[in-house]
Write a protein that binds this ligand. Sequence first.
Ligand code: BGC
Length: 284
Amino acid sequence: MPENTPEYPQAHLPDVPHRRLLEGQVAIVTGANSGIGKAVAISLGGAGANVCVNFVGNPDAAAEVVAEIESHGSKAMVHQADVSKEDQVISMFDDVRAAFGTVDILVNNAGLQQDSKFEDMTLAQWQKVIDVNLTGQFLCAREAVREFKRRGVKPEVSCAAGKIICMSSVHEVIPWGGHVNYAASKGGVMLMMKSIAQEVAPWRIRVNSICPGAIRTPINTGAWDTPEHYAALLKLIPYKRIGEAPEIGRAAVWLASDDSDYIHGISLFVDGGMTLYPGFEAGG
Ligand code: BGC
């Protein structure tokens, strides 16, 4: 990664939030052993939440996330579950209830890419991405809503009965050739999130999405691993730097906290302006 120069400015941010906005709350973060999910789990823990670090592979990485959260004075547990499998999702919620009593926050983060030229895309590639990115979010959100309705509002903890944050993408609105399965899954997340939000609002359950742009994580290494790739990426980002995973963590803490209590059913773009159609700046 280039140094912090005028050409390649870097984000400046603390890894851990200063305020314990989520003290006493319980969060499940899916896909929390790497990338954005890891950063979100650490940020929620730093803000005082007890966190279930869900993962599907690489338990050592999940254990490291737990250790880091515990070092900030919150409790954490690991839970292995494939979010696209109904029985595994139900067991995960049962285990978290047994360990921490309830669930207050779900971050529907687990997601993947299986990229292919459209005519070469296999049904397996299509299905895998839809299963994890869209069906997985459905299954986890459904269990969360069941738990939030069962428990109701506890004003000493939060003014909402529960909060769901769906990890979407700029590609819920930006079409993405070569990634048709991924863009379709995120477009689906957008209207799934908004429809759930409309339905469950009367129970004081808040549902929103975060839509990251290019964030420096393992999922998109090819977009930033060389100066040439990074320069090409910056053409798509008016703010002229890549995003860092803790920046998504900070947005998640805010969306999960009572500071955003009247924010409901929105897609919060955290993208350095990627959705501003750069290119029209000098054209059109
Ligand atoms: C994708 C990344 C990509 C970014 C911006 C994300 O949703 O997972 O691979 O760099 O969108 O295009």
